[in-house]
Design a protein around this ligand. Structure first.
Ligand code: SD4
Length: 351
């Protein structure tokens, strides 16, 4: 996580060696992305996660190994939206969703998983060691324990505890609304209390959201991962897009990879990440492909699109990265060569 003042914004993306636009503290400084290996991931926490992925990528390791290790950094941190310290469901239980996919279209996912620190690592075992793609709930937990994962005690982060207590004051038991008020709230430097409410930490940094990560290794092979606690104060048993291959994540080694963040119900509705990859297959750039799927969501949701946030982040086989969000506020982290930066996505609405 980084202090907002240190954020580096960019809006133009390109192929290996193409010019990026970097705006730091009001200055626009051009720089070049060096190409593969490259790793990109959602939100501010992606900066730290990318470093762990890079440890594998720069030594010539596989993208799938890099994206697993990368997002484990976020899972291990105490935060609002990923890992065991995250926002609980309405009944006070943290339930985790994650998935992973490699260059051979092998994939694995876990959903509604409780008391396991690294759901993405369990998803990897589902991929590597079972004939299945997805395990959920107690079955996923049973499998994790059989694989040697420890059954941890749930320990909400300070922020998650505060957010849950705030939510309990009204505890409205209705379908989750992912309120984009959170984004202006964050921009205005205030605490939020919605399902994805960001919280300012004591050191002045902002807490973060779901992490989705996609990478291309030195061999040009791709991999992706996604992990989350889902919507805060969700109904018990609710599963979002993040553990679902084709929704929260999709990798096609011939074309590229995409991951999603935001209101999972609306990502699932358009088979979001798969749709982005299919549009890249037709020749669209990552940013345009992401925008087209956002446009599809806008058409479906009509006026309600104002009330939700969804963002897609994609990488194509040429090493071009791009993103597009419904609302302003989505950022992603990119690392390639000696460059490491946080990028602000373009958005459909520009309020
Ligand atoms: C979900 N897509 O469970 C996830 C949440 C998310 O940033 O991405 N938060 O719907």
């Amino acid at each position: 996580m980084v202090n907002r003042r240190k954020f580096i914004h960019a809006s133009a993306f390109g192929s290996l060696g193409i010019l990026f636009s970097k705006i730091a503290a009001g200055n626009q400084v051009p720089f070049t992305i060096k190409g593969k290996p490259v790793v990109i991931s959602t939100w501010d926490a992606g900066l730290e996660a990318n470093k762990a992925a890079w440890e594998i990528l720069h030594k010539g390791g596989r993208a799938v190994d890099a994206v697993e290790k990368g997002v484990m950094v976020t899972e291990a941190s105490q935060n609002c939206c990923v890992g065991l310290g995250a926002n609980p469901d309405r009944d006070g239980f943290v339930t985790l969703d994650a998935c992973i996919m490699d260059e051979f279209s092998n994939c694995g996912g876990v959903a509604f998983l409780e008391r396991i620190k690294h759901p993405v690592a369990v998803a990897r075992r589902v991929m590597d060691k079972t004939p299945h793609v997805m395990l959920v709930g107690s079955g996923a937990q049973q499998f994790a324990i059989a694989e040697g994962f420890l059954l941890e005690e749930q320990k909400l982060s300070e922020q998650a505890q505060a957010a849950y207590e705030e939510w309990l004051k009204n505890s409205q038991y209705k379908p989750p609304v992912i309120n984009i008020e959170n984004l202006p709230v964050r921009q205005a430097g205030k605490q939020g209390h919605g399902p994805f409410a960001p919280h300012k930490l004591s050191n002045g940094e902002w807490n973060h959201d779901t992490i989705g990560m996609v990478a291309m290794d030195t061999h040009g092979n791709m991999g992706g991962s996604c992990t989350t606690s889902g919507a805060g104060f969700k109904m018990r048993g609710r599963i979002g897009d993040s553990p679902i291959i084709g929704a929260g994540l999709f990798v096609d080694n011939e074309v590229g990879a995409c991951t999603a963040t935001g209101q999972g119900e609306d990502v699932i509705r358009v088979a979001g990440s798969h749709s982005v990859v299919e549009l890249m297959r037709q020749g669209l750039s990552p940013e345009v492909a992401c925008k087209k799927v956002i446009e599809r969501i806008v058409k479906i949701k009509k006026a309600k699109a104002k009330d939700i946030q969804v963002a897609f982040l994609a990488l194509n086989k040429k090493g071009q990265a791009g993103a597009f969000a419904l609302h302003p506020g989505f950022r992603y982290a990119i690392k390639s060569g000696d460059k490491e930066t946080l990028v602000t996505s373009k958005s459909w609405f520009n309020e």
